[in-house]
Design a protein around this ligand. Sequence first.
Ligand code: ADP
Length: 492
Amino acid sequence: MRRPLRLSVWWLLGGAVVALAGAAAIARQSLEQQRALFETDARIVHRLLSQQVVQHDAILATLALLQPDATGPSGTPPEQRLPALYPQILAVQRRDADQAWPDAALATAEAASRSARRAALASPDLQSGRYRMVLAATPTSYALTIDLRAMVPWAEWPMPREGSPVRVSLVHAGSEHVIQPGDVSRTTGPGWRFEFHKVVAAESQPFDVVAVRELGGRHLPWGRMLAWVLAVAVLLAALRHLQHLRGERRRAEELLRLGQVGRLNTLGELAAGMAHELNQPLTAVLANTQAAQRLLQDDPPEMATARHAMAQAVEQARRAADVVGRLRRAVERPDTDGQRQAVELVDAVRRALYLLEPECRRRGVEPVLEGPPSLWVQADPVALDQIVHNLILNALQAMERVDAAKRRLVLTVDAQAHHVELTVADSGPGIAPDVLPRLFEPFFSTREGGLGLGLSLCESLAQGMGGSITATNAPAGGAVFKLRLPMKEPIP
Ligand code: ADP
C-alpha cells in the first residue's frame, strides 16, 4: 500500500469539478435566455409579416367587390391609386371580361384562383424580390405585384435594421428572399444554432418565415463564468485554509498529549527507579544509626559496636549517593498490561505520520508506508503511539545529517507467525558500531541536547506490552528499527 494520494489533489479536483459545472450552468442559462429572446423576436416577425400579406387578400377582395369602372374624383380608377397608399404594391392589373392577361402566368393563376375561390400566386420567384397574385372575379379579375422589400414593416420590427445577428428570410417553392442577412457566417469551432420556421397566416401566400441565429464561443458570458470560477477558487482556498488551521490545532493538541504522556512515563520511570534503589540503603542507614544511638546510650556505651554500626551507615549512605549517580540504569519497565487491547498498527503509524507531517515537510521527507492495509496488535494504544512517534522522529533527526535529496523514510508493516512487525528504515548515517550496544541505555545520547531517554522508554514500553525493539544498520546504509508486537485477531 503506497501513501494515499495527497489531499490537496482531491481539493483541486473537487474545486475544478464545481467550477466547471457552475460555469457550464451559467453558459447554459445564458444560451437558454438567448434562445427565448430569439424565439420571441421570430414570433413577432412572423406575426408582422402575416399581417402584411393578409392585407393583400383584403385589397384584392375589396377591388373585386367594387364596380369595375368606378372612378375616383380625379378620374383615376381606384386600383391605380393603391400603390400610393401601400408602398409594397408596385402595380395593379385588371382583366375585364373581354380582355386577356398580358402573360400566361397570370392566366394560369386566375384559373387556380377560380377553382380555389381565393387569390393565387402567379409563378412566384421570391429571389427576384417581388411576386404577383391574382384574384379571379366576374366580370373583372385583379392582379397585384408586391415588392417584398417594401413589405417589411421596419417601424415595428423587433430587431435592429442594421447589424442584427438573426437571419430572416421568406422561402417558397425552393426560392428565398432574404429580409435581413444576419450573422450566419460561422464556419469553424463549436457553436449553437437556433432555427424558427412557420408559414405566414395567409393561405393565398404560403411563404415560410425562416429565422436563424448562430452562436459561437464568443457569445458565451465569459465574464460571469470567469467570476464564478474565481469565486469558487477563493471559497475553496478559504475552506482549505480553515481546514488547515483546524488540522494544525488538532495536531498541536495531539503533540501536547503525547509530550505529556512521554514526560509522565519518563518521570514515572525515574521515580520508580529512585524509590527502588534508594529504599534499601536508606533503610540500612536508618537501622544502623538507630542501633548506634541505642549503643551510645548504654552505660558504659558500646563504643566498638556503635562505631561499626556508624561505619555501616556511612557505607549505605554512600551507596544511596551512588544510586542517584547510577539512576540512569535504574529505569524499571512500566506496566502496561492493564491497558492492552486490540489496536490497528497501520492506524497508529498513520496517526504518527500525521502528527509529524510538518517535521517531514520541513526536512523534505516523503514517508512511504508499505504492507497490508490492516494488521491488529495487542497493545496499549497510547504507548504504541509513543513508540512509533519516537522511532519516526529519531529517523527524521538522523537524516538531518545527510543531503536532502538522499532522505528516504520507509515504514513497513508485516505479519509474522504470532507477531506483527513494524520496520522503520531511514537513509540517515546509520548507527556507529560503538553506539549500537548502548542504544537502549537510559541517558545515552549522541545528539546535542538529546536526553537519551527516547529509545530506553520505547524499549520499556514495548517489553511491557510483550514485544521488543531491535536496531540494525541496513546493508545499503541507514538505520533500521524493528518493533515487534503480539498479533491480535480483530474484534468481530
Ligand atoms: P535522543 O534522541 O534524545 O538522543 P534516543 O534514546 O531517542 O535519545 O536515541 C539515542 C541515540 O540513538 C541517539 O542519540 C542516536 O545516536 C541514536 N539513534 C536513534 N535513532 C537513530 C537513527 N534512526 N539513526 C541513527 N542513530 C539513531
